[in-house]
Design a protein around this ligand. Structure first.
Ligand code: AMP
Length: 376
């Protein structure tokens, strides 16, 4: 089975690593000009000239990032099956369409406005922020990731400067959510409509970048997991989705969940499944897009994923920890760049947290890990 992947970064690399044992082989189409997957065959195609060749080499197509031209995916759909579909991609790459869908499906999401000028931004800050004595967060409607293209505003006076700094034609302005933790749920839907869910992860972001993901969350109530499953199931159903879908949420002090955003692909908050679950998100995504039965999402061990960002740690020290599984992506060091991650497993959550703290000290410039369930 020849799988075509649009994009050729670390997510594509990890998909291929999971697919080889299933007998699958991979062809990447890279339009960025700087692929890093370094596995299988990569067509480097910044001028968009190699699509016919790509189509000849693959049986079905998926993607590893959502900032792709929808027209390209629609064109590919005329020739080969593409999962998830171009419709899912279109919604997930536009925060406005995404919020409309959440609202239409009655998924709780922060109050929001779409704004097209610094003046409209100032008005939204007054309405959603100042009037409620809360900050707002403004996000570029398209192309933002890892906290890029965002600004927190506390007063309407900050609007001209924030508009200038973000530099996009349209912004989504959201009420700031007072959350006790950020969580995510990952689900997989097969071509036959079968759905499996992983247990939710608690995610610790700093400056918009994910640093730690831990699953399962030891004090998460069953009803919260079930509620998140209902939310993501509604999205899977509505989009007739095939593959892995990730949904990021905020949990408030009263336990309520508020939906933040979704990603139509394997997700950084699901990397823990490589060593902590029976079937990884990568293998399950490939099973889904290839029409194979889905694998078990059962947890093997409490696991924490620690991202390696900017600078690599000393490998000797990391690998001396017997329960640390290192996944390096083969990328050059650069400030803010995701170079790899470590999945640390332990027999219980308390042991895991203390080992994560020790391991984090080996990662250059890593923030102190903290998790909601260890706070008093
Ligand atoms: P996003 O790109 O939407 O995931 O935003 C990046 C990060 O900004 C999130 O992981 C949160 O830490 C924070 N954030 C985003 N939206 C909100 C919000 N409405 N209220 C509070 N924090 C937010």
């Amino acid at each position: 089975m020849r799988v075509g992947i649009l994009g050729a970064g670390q997510l594509g690399q990890m998909l291929a690593l999971a697919g080889y044992p299933l007998g699958q082989r991979f062809v990447f189409l890279d339009t960025s000009g700087s692929p890093s997957a370094d596995i299988g065959t990569t067509l480097i195609d910044p001028q968009n000239q190699q699509l016919p060749d790509f189509l000849l080499r693959v049986d079905q197509v998926t993607y590893e990032f959502e900032h792709l031209p929808v027209e390209l995916v629609r064109e590919i759909e005329k020739h080969k099956p593409v999962y998830p579909s171009s419709r899912a991609l279109e919604v997930c790459q536009n925060r406005g369409l995404e919020k409309d869908l959440f609202t239409r499906l009655n998924l709780p999401t922060p109050e929001y406005r779409l704004v097209n000028s610094a003046e409209e931004l100032a008005a939204a800050v007054k309405e959603l922020g100042e009037a409620k004595q809360k900050p707002v967060i403004a996000k570029s409607v398209t192309e933002g990731y890892d906290g890029k293209g965002q600004a927190v505003l506390r007063s309407a006076e900050e609007a001209p400067q924030a508009w200038e700094a973000i530099g996009h034609k349209q912004l989504l302005v959201e009420a700031f959510v007072d959350f006790v933790r950020e969580v995510s749920i990952i689900a997989v839907r097969g071509q036959d409509g079968e759905v499996v869910f992983y247990p939710m992860a608690e995610n610790h972001h700093v400056d918009g970048i994910l640093r730690y993901s831990l699953a399962p969350i030891p004090d998460l109530q069953d009803k919260t997991q079930q509620l998140a499953e209902t939310y993501i199931q509604a999205l899977l159903q509505e989009l007739d989705y095939v593959g892995v879908l990730a949904l990021e949420l905020f949990q408030k002090a009263d336990g309520q969940l508020v939906v933040n955003e979704m990603a139509p692909r394997v997700h950084n908050s699901g990397h823990w499944t490589q060593n902590g679950a029976v079937t990884s998100q990568f293998e399950n995504h490939l099973r889904a897009v290839s029409g194979l039965p889905l694998g078990s999402t059962q947890v093997l061990h409490p696991t924490c994923m620690l991202n390696i960002i900017g600078k690599a740690p000393a490998l000797q020290a990391v690998l001396a920890e017997e329960n640390a599984h290192l996944h390096l992506y083969g990328k050059e060091e650069r400030a803010g760049r995701k170079l790899g991650h470590i999945n640390l497993v332990a027999e219980d959550a308390t042991t895991l947290v203390s080992k994560v703290k020790a391991l984090a000290r080996l990662l250059p410039d890593a923030p102190e890990p903290c998790f909601s369930f260890t706070q008093s």
